[in-house]
Design a binder for this molecule. Structure first.
Ligand code: ATP
Length: 609
C-alpha cells in the first residue's frame, strides 16, 4: 500500500531534529563506512541481490500485458499458461532472492552493532568517575541501547531501501517509456502529485502520535514516581493518595481522547491513500483509452494494463525516496552522537610504562594536594599528611568539608589538581591503575550491592574465594549470624541494590566484601545516618579486624570509630585545621572540641538515652 512508511510515520523531522542537523563531512562518512568495511563481501552480495530482485519484481507487470494480449485477447491457451507460469516463477524467484537479501542484511547489521556495542561498553567502562557523575545515566544507557539499535535499522532499512527503491523506479520508468512514451509521461507527472495529500495526512497523524507518546511518557513518569518503594512511602506519609489519583486520572483521560483522535486520523489517512492511489490508474486508463480508440491502434489493452501496473509499483518507492532526506539526517545525527561518545578521552588514564612495584608496603602521603571539581570552587587546599604502613587515621569534619573527595584521590577516582598523592612514595599517577586499585579497598558511605545473592555480591571481590573464606570474612564483618538466620543463607537474594537489607546489614556485608579483597590500604567512609547502638557496636566490631595492622583511613562520624584511630585529621572547608590524638585535640579547644561536643557526644550518647 502506498503512503508514508509504518504507522508511526517516521517520515518527518521533529523541531529538535531540524535544529540539530548534523554536519555531514567526508571524514564522518568514511568513519561510518569503516564499520561496514570488514563485511564488504557480504555488502557486495546484498547489492547484487537488491539489483536482481528489484528488476525481477517488475517483470510480472510486463508479463501481465502478454497474458492479456497474447493469451486472453488472442484466445491462445498455450501462451496464456506459459505467461502465467513464467509470471509466477519470476515472482517466486524475486521473493526468494529477497529472503536471501534480508538474511544478509540482518547478518551485516547484527555484526556491525555487535562490534559497536562491545567497543562502546569498553569505552564507557574506561571513563572516569566525573563522567558518570556529570552525565545523566539515562543518556549513557540510551547510547548503548536505542542509539546502537538505530544503527541496525540504518543498515537494514535506510541503505537497502534507498538502493532498491531507486533501482525499482529507474527500471519502472524505462519500462513505461518502452511501452508508450505519452502514457509514461502522464504517469511520471501524476505520481509526485498524488504523494502530496498522502504526506499531508501522514504528517497530521504523526503529530497526533507524538502527542500521545508524550502523554504516555507522562503516565509512565507518574507510575514510576508514585509506585516505587520510596515514592509510595512519601505518598502514604503525606496522605497524597487522592491528589495522586486525580493527577493520574487527568492524564489518563487526556490519553483516551488522544487515542480516539489518533485512530480516527488513521482511518481518514487510509481513505485518502486508497482514493488517491486509485485516481492515478483511472487517469491512465482514460488517457490510454483515448489514445487507443482515437489515435494509435497499436496500443493494446495489455499495453495499457502494463503501464497501470508499473504505476502502482511506483507509489511506494517514490514515497520512500521522499523520506530519504529525513532518514539520512537521522542516521547521520545518530552516527555523530555515537562517534562523539567513542571519541571521549577518559580523564584518569594509565600512564605509558606505568609502574608495578614488586612489593607493597602500604603508605600514603598527601603532598600539598589541592583539588577542585569546577575551577570556580576549590574543594581541597594544601593537604599534607603522611600515613605510615599499618597505621590508622580518622578524618573528621563538618558535612561537605571535602572528606570523601580527599579519599577518592587515593585510588585515582579523580586526579589531583595540585600537588601529589603518593602510594609507597610513588605518585599514584605513575602507578599502574589496576595495581593501585587492587591495593586500595573502599567501603563507601552508600553501599552498592548488585541484585543477586549475598554470595554473588561477596564473590565480586574475589571470584575464587572458598566457602571457608566467605564464612571467615562474614564472621569478622559481624554479618555471619544474620546470614545464617536466613532460610537460604548465602543464597539469599539481596533485592534491587540491596533494598531487602537494612543500612547496617548492607554496610557489614560490604565490609565482608572488602575483607575478601584484602587490600593493603583500607578506606572506610562511615555512613552519616545514625544507627542504633547495637548496629553501631556491630559495625565497630566489624571494622576492628579491618584496621588491625592495615593502613587505614576512616571518615568518621561516630566517636567509637574516631577512638580506634592513631591520629585524627580535622578537615574544615577543604583545609586540615587540626591534627593529633583525641586527647590532644580536645585540649586544643578548637574545631574538634566543638565537633565533639555537638556531633560525637550527642550521637554516641543518643542510643543510651
Ligand atoms: P559528608 O560528610 O556529608 O559526606 P564530605 O566532607 O565527605 O561530606 P565531599 O563529599 O567530599 O564532602 O564534598 C565536598 C564538596 O564537594 C561538597 O560541597 C560537594 O558539594 C562537592 N562535590 C562532591 N562531589 C562532587 C562532584 N562530583 N562534582 C562537583 N562537586 C562535588
Amino acid at each position: 500500500m502506498p503512503g508514508p512508511r509504518g504507522p508511526m510515520g517516521r517520515s518527518f523531522l521533529t523541531e529538535e531534529e531540524k535544529a540539530n542537523r548534523p554536519k555531514v563531512t567526508w571524514p564522518l562518512l568514511k568513519r561510518v563506512l569503516s564499520y561496514l568495511a570488514p563485511y564488504w563481501k557480504q555488502m557486495v552480495l546484498v547489492i547484487v541481490a537488491i539489483l536482481v530482485s528489484s528488476v525481477l519484481s517488475l517483470l510480472p507487470s510486463i508479463l501481465t500485458g502478454r497474458i492479456i494480449d497474447e493469451g486472453l485477447i488472442a484466445r491462445n491457451m498455450n501462451a496464456l499458461i506459459k505467461y502465467i507460469l513464467l509470471s509466477l516463477g519470476v515472482t517466486l524467484a524475486a521473493n526468494l532472492i529477497g529472503v536471501l537479501q534480508s538474511y544478509l542484511n540482518s547478518w551485516i547489521a547484527q555484526h556491525v552493532t555487535f562490534d559497536m556495542r562491545n567497543s562502546m561498553y569498553r569505552k564507557l567502562q574506561s571513563m572516569s568517575q566525573r563522567f558518570f557523575t556529570t552525565n545523566n545515566q539515562g543518556d549513557i544507557i540510551m547510547r548503548m541501547t536505542s542509539d546502537i539499535d538505530g544503527v541496525q535499522s540504518t543498515i537494514t532499512r535506510t541503505m537497502t531501501d534507498i538502493l532498491s527503491n531507486a533501482i525499482t523506479l529507474i527500471v519502472a520508468v524505462i519500462l513505461m517509456y518502452r511501452q508508450n512514451w505519452i502514457l509514461a509521461t502522464v504517469g511520471v507527472i501524476i505520481i509526485p502529485l498524488f504523494t502530496i495529500p498522502t504526506r499531508t495526512a501522514g504528517k497530521t497523524r504523526w503529530n497526533l502520535t507524538r502527542e500521545s507518546q508524550e502523554c504516555n511518557d507522562e503516565i509512565n513518569g507518574i507510575l514510576n514516581e508514585t509506585l516505587s518503594v520510596s515514592g509510595q512511602l512519601l505518598v502514604k506519609l503525606f496522605n497524597k493518595e487522592e491528589v495522586e489519583y486525580e493527577r493520574y486520572e487527568k492524564v489518563n483521560e487526556k490519553m483516551i481522547r488522544l487515542n480516539i483522535r489518533e485512530s480516527m486520523a488513521g482511518r481518514w489517512f487510509r481513505v485518502i491513500i486508497s482514493t488517491t492511489a486509485s485516481i492515478g490508474p483511472m487517469l491512465l486508463y482514460l488517457v490510454g483509452g483515448i489514445i487507443m480508440m482515437r489515435y494509435d491502434e497499436t496500443l493494446t489493452v495489455g499495453g495499457i494494463t502494463v503501464l497501470v501496473t508499473l504505476l502502482n509499483n511506483m507509489y511506494r518507492p517514490v514515497n520512500q525516496l521522499l523520506d530519504f532526506q529525513v532518514e539520512w539526517i537521522r542516521s547521520m545525527a545518530l552516527f555523530t552522537r555515537l562517534f562523539a561518545y567513542y571519541d571521549m578521552e577518559p580523564e584518569v588514564q594509565n600512564k605509558e610504562n606505568a609502574l608495578i612495584p614488586k612489593t607493597t608496603i602500604g603508605t600514603v602521603t598527601f603532598d600539598h594536594v589541592g583539588f577542585y571539581y569546577d575551577p570556580e570552587r576549590q574543594i581541597l587546599k594544601d593537604i599534607n599528611f603522611y600515613l605510615p604502613s599499618g597505621q590508622c587515621v580518622a578524618i573528621v569534619g563538618p558535612s561537605g568539608s571535602g572528606k570523601s573527595t580527599l579519599v577518592n584521590l587515593i585510588p585515582r577516582l579523580y586526579d589531583v589538581t595540585e600537588g601529589a598523592v603518593l602510594f609507597d612514595g610513588i605518585d599514584v599517577r605513575d602507578l599502574d591503575l589496576n595495581y593501585l586499585r587492587s591495593c586500595v579497598g573502599i567501603v563507601s558511605q552508600e553501599t552498592y550491592l548488585f541484585n543477586g545473592t549475598i554470595r554473588d555480591n561477596l564473590l565480586y571481590a574475589k571470584p575464587d574465594a572458598t566457602e571457608a573464606e566467605l564464612i571467615d570474612a562474614c564472621d569478622q564483618a559481624n554479618i555471619l549470624d544474620f546470614i545464617n538466620k536466613q532460610e537460604l543463607g548465602f543464597d539469599t537474594m539481596v533485592g534491587n541494590r540491596g533494598l531487602k537489607l537494612s543500612g547496617g546489614e548492607k554496610q557489614r556485608l560490604s565490609i565482608a566484601r572488602v575483607l575478601l579483597k584484602d587490600p593493603d590500604v583500607l578506606i572506610f567512609d562511615e555512613a552519616t545516618s545514625s544507627l542504633d547502638s547495637i548496629s553501631e557496636r556491630k559495625i565497630q566490631e566489624a571494622i576492628d579486624p579491618l584496621i588491625e595492622e592495615r593502613t587505614s583511613i576512616l571518615i568518621a562520624h561516630r566517636l567509637s570509630t574516631i577512638l580506634a584511630a592513631d591520629t585524627i585529621l580535622v578537615v574544615k572547608d577543604g583545609i586540615i585545621v587540626e591534627r593529633g590524638t583525641h586527647e590532644e585535640l580536645l585540649a586544643k579547644d578548637g574545631v574538634y572540641k566543638e565537633l565533639y561536643e555537638t556531633q560525637f557526644t550527642v550521637r554516641s550518647k543518643k542510643p543510651k538515652e
